[in-house]
Design a protein around this ligand. Structure first.
Ligand code: 1PR
Length: 565
């Protein structure tokens, strides 16, 4: 049936697989359009314009592929169009991100960068929105294409249509229906709609059931509705700085092939994944795809897969991880990160593949972010030996340039090193509350690579700073001493790194119970917290953690959206 068919503009911009999966899950069909002269643009009935990454790169791609005039014609025809993320940004005149490149100018003004002085930039996470509807009464309508004020939506961007109250009022009086979002002190347009145009800055295909509801409402032309909403969402959060973002909980799956050749989820103690008994077999905690779906359903805000033995073989041959991503992206509508082996590789037959190619394969399979461990250390060492300059061709640089900084996570594997005299250490040190075995009062965190097998003459702070400067958008901060210990996170490490970078940090290693999540958010400024072993062993569900956090006054995302399928 033609009305069930949705056309999606594909200019090779990010994770279109997930959008396609979301549309398919709602019972619609998808057809991609890659060139502006595709006759489907003349006749199609519903069009989606998704974009991630750099504004200029996206708009140039639209020009190169001849999309600009056909898009204007499509919009003028009155047929429904939905922009997503950079797809929304394209409706404006331009962006500070890419001076001199013109957008479609359907909306006035430019996109500007969030102020990184007082908050993490990019904004990564789940935020709520406020509705500003133009010609309808809030008694009759409390939604805009399924967007409601009680839900949280997944944002990942550094630039936004940041607007004053007056500018917002002006748009509403010009007939625009809006939803706005406030990130600490800056309010920006989270969704815009007028006539046949609808666009969201957030990613509905990554916003759980609440996001699927938005896509469904667009596909069913259901612009305004009165929806039953939950009024309890914004309780709590009294004692911590409020950015607007919920406290993000990440479920992490360490994946490797066991001795029987099966791909399994495992979990080590201080990175040792072999059982102490049972002939030293690799600890097998379950199947990656099933476990990812389980955590999504329990309410995980994000799922991370780490291929922990990737340094041994070529990821190009490592098809099982791609398959894990492909299958997980069909059922998990939250961001998916994949790490392990993101680097330039050479196949056994001598064929070379750049890290960008490797990353692209994962993005095409359904990943939203790639996480770089060992190669980030190599790049940081190169950065310092070049006098604090990137080479231009490191994977961090090439991938963030093509897919945006938000797509590149750095996985840091540090170990605590005690020292007596900080003046003798060239790395950032702290006076620790937990002195060393010989009474040492200071420590730094020494960087390792290859899953802790190789130590480097580099500190965790220095690694994080170099990677931020090279173009990383987020830091997954592990701690080998704490890994698998169930003794809580290392606040000293987290605060030390967090104080030196403005990109978001995910605290990792040591979570053993829900109290540890409350503690890490109350004692550090971490942006997210990751758990692994306690979930895999079935001791706690993600929902147990979130319920406990809610009871302790922390804002978390709980999604009880009902879809009309
Ligand atoms: O170096 O780019 O190929 O990436 C390899 C990736 O694999 C890195 O992200 C590295 O952290 C990870 N890795 C390598 N070896 C291991 C191992 O365990 N032997 N796992 C490993 C790291 C750490 C966390 C873990 C938390 C939480 N996993 O992600 O999940 O410590 O655990 P807990 O909550 O149970 O304490 P490259």
């Amino acid at each position: 049936m033609s009305s069930q068919l949705v056309h999606v503009i594909d200019v090779n911009s990010g994770n279109l697989q997930s959008l396609s999966n979301a549309i398919l899950s709602l019972g619609f069909q998808v057809q991609f359009i890659t060139q502006g002269d595709d006759p489907a643009l003349e006749s199609c009935e519903k069009l989606i314009l998704p974009g991630v990454g750099n504004f200029g790169h996206f708009v140039k791609e639209l020009h190169t592929r001849g999309f600009i005039d056909p898009l204007k014609k499509y919009i003028a025809s009155g047929r429904p169009i939905m922009g997503i993320c950079v797809g929304l940004q394209t409706l404006f005149e331009g962006s500070e991100e890419s001076e001199g490149i013109k957008g479609l100018s359907i909306l006035p003004g430019k996109l500007t960068k969030f102020n990184p002085e007082n908050k993490s930039v990019p904004q990564i996470g789940w935020n709520s929105v406020s509705l500003r509807l133009s010609n309808v009464s809030s008694d009759d309508v409390n939604s805009l294409y399924g967007i409601t004020e009680d839900k949280f939506y997944y944002f990942v961007h550094s630039y936004a249509a940041i607007r004053s109250n007056d500018e917002i009022n002006q748009l509403v009086s010009n007939g625009w229906d809006l939803s706005t979002c406030t990130y600490l002190d800056e309010t920006f347009l989270a969704a815009v709609s007028k006539d046949n145009i609808f666009a969201t800055q957030f990613h509905p295909e990554k916003s759980g059931l609440a996001g699927l509801k938005v896509i469904q409402s667009f596909l069913k032309n259901n612009k305004h509705a009165k929806i039953k909403i939950n009024n309890t969402k914004l309780s709590g959060e009294t004692n911590i700085e409020k950015t607007g973002l919920t406290r993000r909980i990440v479920a992490c799956l360490d994946v490797r092939t066991n001795d029987q050749g099966d791909l399994v989820v495992t979990k080590g103690d201080q990175y040792d994944v072999r059982e102490k008994s049972d002939d030293g077999n690799v600890r097998n905690l379950g199947k990656p795809v099933e476990m990812a779906e389980k955590y999504y359903k329990q309410g995980a805000d994000e799922v991370t897969f780490l291929n922990i033995t990737s340094f041994r073989n070529s990821p190009i041959k490592d098809l099982p991880m791609l398959e894990v991503l492909r299958l997980s992206a069909k059922t998990c509508f939250v961001p998916l990160t994949v790490g392990g082996g993101i680097k330039d590789v050479t196949d056994p037959d001598g064929t070379k593949h750049s890290a960008l190619e490797v990353a692209s394969m994962y993005f095409n399979a359904g990943a939203d972010k790639v996480s770089i461990g060992s190669d980030a250390v190599r790049a940081a060492e190169e950065y310092y030996s070049n006098g604090c300059k990137g080479s231009g061709d490191s994977p961090i640089e090439t991938i963030s340039k093509a897919y945006g900084v938000q797509a590149v996570v750095i996985s840091v594997d540090p170990k605590r090193k005690y020292i007596e005299d900080p003046s003798e250490c060239k790395y950032k040190t702290i006076k620790t509350a937990f002195p060393g075995p010989n009474g040492e009062q200071y420590c730094y965190y020494q960087v390792t690579s290859q899953g802790g097998r190789k130590t480097h003459d580099l500190g965790a702070v220095e690694l994080a700073v170099a990677c931020e400067n090279l173009g990383a958008g987020e830091i997954l901060l592990n701690c080998i001493d704490k890994d698998g210990s169930n003794s809580g996170y290392d606040f000293e490490l987290i605060n030390m790194v967090k104080n030196e970078v403005s990109i978001p940090v995910i605290a990792s290693s040591g979570a053993g119970n829900p109290q540890h999540f409350v503690d890490v958010f109350e004692n550090t400024k971490t942006d997210a917290a990751l758990g692994a072993g306690m979930f895999h062993r079935g001791e706690y569900k993600v929902s147990d953690v979130k319920d406990f956090m809610t009871k302790n006054g922390l804002l978390v995302r709980i999604d009880n959206t009902e879809l009309d399928i």
